[in-house]
Design a binder for this molecule. Structure first.
Ligand SMILES: Cc1cc2nc3c(=O)[nH]c(=O)nc-3n(C[C@H](O)[C@H](O)[C@H](O)COP(=O)(O)OP(=O)(O)OC[C@H]3O[C@@H](n4cnc5c(N)ncnc54)[C@H](O)[C@@H]3O)c2cc1C
Length: 407
């Protein structure tokens, strides 16, 4: 189903009258990630596209939910503005997806270190509830709005609560000067630099951990790596920041200009700027989202369960992705090792989500959250007939199945 803005509300009302299952969908680029969908046709936002309003002076933009992230960045660039979010993992193969999908998954990458997450950049959203009722939360301008914070509830809702139709977000000035710094060494040496940096008055755009296999796949030494991205309005300030960092570590610092930094960032999201054609279709057998308590990241990265996986983690949040480079044979991941890895994450104050796994393997995408019963009550408030995204409810491992109407 791919309605335009005029057809949308009536279509959702009709689906509700019939009690039919359906799946809120952006551009369909990552609909297959996570728990398998049990039922329902995707309702695509492909035709709900375009910028509704950009106010450069106020640093705000409102877009329809199906607008591609890259289209928004391209429209902002002539104004020297941007949305301070990474492109998602696998963008070269799958596209970067829509703004609605981005908010529905609620995840940000390494830029969160300086710019916070997508939920902090969201200032308003419009949605359709399962019965077709239109609702709005927040506004189109940056201000406090009283009432329930539906925006944060919909960030990370995975299409389970309603269809996002429009979003308003903060924009930021594009930093005129950017630079990358790469350091490689032992986990201990890098860990002490990372801790110092996180507690310092410097504000890097990102501070990312890579493990040895990810570094080796980029043609670097097969050793743990810290990637620091600095941005400023003045070159002198960048040089000062770089000197302050160099003074804290005996490790050699490799400086990267913005274009080389962007190439490394593409590599870390599973994209290879040089790969073409068939090489692009290769997807990893496993794609895992990991979280650790940030003060335990070095301990976490040393675990034998992670051997052979490529890992990228943001140092400040402890959140990142791991994927298997080997689909089969030695180094390939077995479901049992993924379960052990989940326990390892939990022991270190974190969690593990399975986004992709090989056919035939059935590791739970996520486990029950402590707040499971509250999540289920919320689901019933928003979607009493359990029509939306059957099989997927964040924080609930096995969501209640929809009761089929007879006749
Ligand atoms: C740095 C970064 C890291 C990310 N990491 C992850 C990650 O680890 N795991 C992950 O799952 N995602 C992650 N994402 C989000 C992911 O990239 C987005 O899901 C994707 O960009 C959306 O693409 P799409 O428009 O094709 O959505 P789709 O693939 O069509 O849908 C994605 C999800 O969003 C829901 N959805 C889409 N549009 C709407 C809407 N309008 N209303 C309600 N629900 C909707 C769908 O039901 C589905 O669950 C990350 C994003 C960034 C920027």
């Amino acid at each position: 189903m791919s309605p335009d803005a005029n057809e949308l509300q009536e279509l959702v009302r009709e689906l509700h009258r019939q009690g039919s299952p359906w799946v809120p969908c952006g551009l369909g680029s990552r609909l297959d990630w996570g728990p398998p969908l049990q039922d329902g046709l995707p309702l695509s936002c492909t035709r709900l596209r375009g910028i509704v309003d950009h106010n450069p002076g106020d640093f705000t933009i409102s877009v329809r939910a199906g607008t591609p992230l890259l289209e928004v960045q391209a429209a902002l660039a002539p104004h020297r503005q941007w949305l301070a979010v990474d492109q998602p993992w696998g963008s070269q193969r799958r596209g970067a997806g829509s703004l609605g999908g981005l908010v529905a998954r609620g995840l940000a990458g390494g830029y969160r270190q300086r710019y916070l997450g997508i939920r902090d950049q969201l200032i308003g959203l419009s949605l359709l509830r399962a019965d077709g009722t239109a609702a709005r939360a927040g506004g189109r301008v940056v201000k406090n709005v009283a009432g329930y914070d539906l925006m944060r509830l919909f960030c990370g809702s995975w299409g389970s609560l309603g269809l996002i139709t429009e979003l308003s977000l903060r924009t930021l000035p594009l930093p005129p000067i950017r630079r990358g710094l790469v350091l490689q060494g032992s986990l201990t040496e890098l860990g002490s630099l990372s801790q110092w940096l996180l507690g310092s008055s410097l504000s890097p755009e990102r501070l990312d951990w890579w493990n040895a296999p990810l570094a080796a796949a980029a043609g670097l030494e097969a050793a743990p790596l810290l990637l620091i991205a600095l941005a400023s309005i003045s070159a002198a300030s960048l040089t000062q920041q770089q000197a302050a960092i160099a003074a804290q570590t005996p490790l050699p610092l490799r400086q990267l200009e913005a274009a080389s930094l962007d190439q490394l960032l593409a590599h870390a999201r599973g994209d290879d700027p040089i790969a073409r054609g068939d090489e692009l279709s290769a997807e990893p057998a496993w794609l895992l989202r990991l979280g650790f308590s940030p003060d335990r990241v070095t301990q976490a990265l040393a675990a034998p369960e992670l051997e052979g996986l490529a890992i990228e983690l943001a140092a400040g949040s402890g959140l990142g992705l791991a994927w298997s480079l080997a689909a089969a044979g030695s180094g390939a991941l077995e479901p049992e090792r993924v379960r052990r890895l989940r326990q390892h994450c939990q022991r270190l104050g974190g969690w593990l989500q399975v986004l992709r796994q090989p056919q035939g393997s059935a590791v739970a995408a996520w486990e029950d959250a402590p707040s499971r019963s509250m999540i289920e009550r919320l689901k019933r408030q928003f979607d009493p007939q359990l029509q939306l995204a059957p099989g997927r409810l964040p924080g609930v491992a096995n969501p209640a199945a929809r009761v089929r109407r007879s006749g």
